[in-house]
Write a protein that binds this ligand. Structure first.
Ligand SMILES: Cc1cc2nc3c(=O)[nH]c(=O)nc-3n(C[C@H](O)[C@H](O)[C@H](O)COP(=O)(O)O)c2cc1C
Length: 177
């Protein structure tokens, strides 16, 4: 089975998560895995499985991910599909549930023919001092809502959770192959 892991990432956090997931999917015979930025994907016909990861800005998956779903929704309905989000709101199990219900569901509700085999939300990372003043202002309101300090650097990625999800996904893809 050919699997594409594709991601949209503003500052590299989601890219690193996608690469980790792709590395775990690749640890088996039978899955041939490609990992790519969503901006570099020019077609999905050759793939049987598509794993799509997005970070979140202002309560929405990134625009190029939304565009990707709009462009490929019919084709994606025929694939083994999994979706993950990486963001600060997913900093607890309740936060993960909220991200799945409020952010990932924006996509699944819009394209009801899509039946993902797995969806998941992972905590993200932010380096507040690296953001430009406009982004800092935007982030201040986001972080206040989530209840996280509005300075310094926070990395909320739980690599054990990411790895466990990738193993579960690998098993589902192997069964479907
Ligand atoms: C401008 C901006 C807006 C953000 N808005 C949200 C948000 O609404 N909810 C949230 O949980 N995280 C939000 N975040 C946090 C990012 O989703 C998080 O930092 C993520 O790890 C970034 O991943 P990336 O480097 O792959 O883009 C925002 C980050 C930025 C820079």
């Amino acid at each position: 089975m050919k699997v594409l892991v594709t991601y949209s990432s503003g500052y590299g956090t989601t890219k690193e998560v996608a690469e980790k997931i792709a590395g775990i999917l690749d640890q088996t015979h039978g899955l041939v895995v490609t990992v790519k930025s969503i901006d570099d994907v020019s077609g999905i016909q050759e793939f049987d499985g598509i794993i799509i990861g997005s970070s979140v800005r202002a309560d929405r998956p990134l625009a190029n991910v939304r565009d990707f779903f709009a462009r490929y929704s019919s084709e994606l309905a025929q694939k083994q599909l999994a979706i993950f989000a990486v963001c600060l709101a997913a900093n607890s199990s309740e936060g993960c549930d909220r991200v799945k219900k409020e952010y990932i569901a924006q996509i699944t509700a819009k394209y009801p023919r899509l039946k993902p085999i797995c969806t998941q939300a992972f905590g993200g990372k932010i380096d507040f001092d690296q953001l430009n003043p406009v982004m800092q202002q935007l982030m201040k309101s986001v972080l206040k809502k989530i209840g996280i300090a509005t300075e310094g650097s926070v990395d909320m990625r739980n690599w054990d959770l990411i790895e466990a999800w990738a193993v579960e996904l690998r098993e589902k893809l192997q069964k479907a192959a």
